[in-house]
Design a protein around this ligand. Structure first.
Ligand code: HEM
Length: 423
């Protein structure tokens, strides 16, 4: 391999490890693969000056973005009318900051997508990338435009989750505004903080329930022996982590806002002579424990943390821990809400305009998701029990048939009926 300054530090196993430092024109003339790590606007001039030296090598295009007038290698080659198909798109989906923060001795590897019109060149670049410590994914040439714009988008998963959560937030807000504005002595300005706090809370608990729903439904489908995966569920599974993280953001808004607003003026209904009833105390306890567990799941979903977790740790955090967080969150709402739902005569605050209280509606959907989870766990347990019984039956049949002949009971009836053959 030939390098010009600066000398690369990554190990290049599989390739010639001896590095010769050559002046620039000789270096590119001798190279098999040229990594074009130059700005897009410099490609044209570079090709005009150096293409004749490079025409037998492979060129890797690192440029990014589909902005108007973007000059990637493919477009520059065709604008200069150069027939050359040994170009390969690779490494453009890995950012410089990512690279700088990456510990080369660490366990994780970056994955780069590799795409180009010439199969042989693509394979050569894949071998180079793997020797440099990257994982690779070969992408068909018809996906080129998508790959070119890899750093231009925050990703469809984030886009879809943001749209979903904003839509949810708007629906919840509309309900709360209509219902709450029917309360006695309602002041519109209190929408800004007092009631937006409740919008954040409701959105976050529905978001968490939504993020746990697809996995539960897929397991339920599996429990019935069905291997079909409806597209909606696959979509839900793809965005559940993002939905969960946005819900965590709404939860932070709710927790911060509550702490700022808490006091007799707004939360007098929870304070009697300055003290809370047991339900409200229980509600605060479940709230903070739930928040702490949601924070743990949020931390575990960070790539650097998740990568270091083993299967059992992962299953624990995204199993019991996250479900416990949701259950405690629901209990927090039930502790504050139930008394107001059932009070007689009906509370004009909880049932303003005759509409069901928010605490009631905000707990219904998470309760439903938890019910589905309980059914799925129950079915799983029944399946496990059935397997165990069948297995023990099989073992007992097997044990019987494999008994030595002297243990087989020889009864006079068996002898008479010829069941036991004597020689
Ligand atoms: C530090 C943690 C938390 C604190 C201090 C807290 C506090 C409160 C308070 C004081 C209320 C009553 C709001 C009102 O009447 O205006 C409330 C309501 C609520 N909280 Fe929390 N909470 C916390 C965490 C959570 C968590 C983890 C969840 C669930 C994910 C949650 C979901 C809700 C919901 C759905 C409501 C009902 C909103 C409504 O009335 O429309 N909260 N919370």
């Amino acid at each position: 391999m030939v390098f010009t300054e600066p000398i690369q530090t990554k190990k290049t196993t599989g390739f010639n490890d001896s590095v010769s430092i050559e002046p620039f024109p000789q270096a590119i003339e001798a190279c098999d693969i040229c990594i074009l790590a130059i700005p897009d606007y410099a490609i044209e001039l570079f090709l005009i000056q150096n293409f004749s030296l490079l025409k037998d090598s492979i060129m890797i295009d690192l440029t990014n973005g589909n902005r108007k007038n973007k000059r990637d290698l493919k477009r520059v080659l065709s604008s200069l009318d150069i027939k050359f198909d040994r170009w390969v798109k690779a490494f453009n989906d890995i950012g410089a900051i990512q690279e700088l923060q990456h510990h080369s001795g660490g366990k994780s590897r970056f994955t780069t997508q590799v795409c180009g019109p010439d199969e042989e060149s693509v394979e050569a670049v894949i071998r180079l990338a793997e020797a440099l410590g990257y994982s690779t994914k070969k992408v068909p040439i018809d996906q080129y435009e998508k790959l070119q714009g890899a750093q231009d988008t925050i990703g469809w998963e984030w886009n879809h989750s943001i749209v979903l959560m904003v839509a949810l937030f708007l629906l919840v807000s509309i309900y709360i505004i209509i219902q709450t504005s029917g309360r006695p002595n309602f002041e519109w300005y209190t929408i800004l903080a007092r009631h937006s706090n409740r919008m954040f809370a409701w959105t976050s608990i529905y978001g968490f329930a939504l993020s746990l729903l697809p996995g539960t439904l897929i397991r339920l489908i599996n429990a019935f022996g069905n291997t079909r995966r409806p597209r909606l569920l696959v979509w839900g599974c793809n965005i559940r982590k993002h939905v969960g993280l946005i819900s965590l953001y709404f939860l932070f808004l709710h927790a911060c806002m509550t702490v700022l607003l808490f006091g007799g003026e707004y939360f007098g209904y929870m304070l009697f002579s300055g003290e809370m009833a047991w339900e409200d105390e229980a509600s605060m306890l479940t709230a903070v424990v739930s928040t702490s567990l949601f924070v743990i799941t949020g931390i575990a979903s960070l790539p650097s943390v998740g990568d270091a977790m083993n299967k059992a740790q992962f299953a624990c955090v995204f199993g019991p821990v996250v479900w416990m967080a949701l259950a405690l969150g629901v209990m927090h709402v039930l502790f504050i809400g139930v008394t107001s739902w059932t009070a007689t005569p009906r509370s004009p605050y909880a049932w303003a305009r005759g509409m069901p209280p928010e605490t009631l509606l905000s707990s219904v959907f998470p309760l439903f998701v938890m019910f589905l989870k309980a059914v799925q766990v129950g079915l799983g347990y029944i399946g496990w029990l059935k397997n165990k019984i069948n297995a023990s039956k099989r073992t007992s049949v097997h044990n019987k048939s494999s008994r030595p002949p002297e243990y087989n009971e020889v009864t006079p009836e068996k002898l008479e009926n010829g069941v036991i053959q004597t020689a």
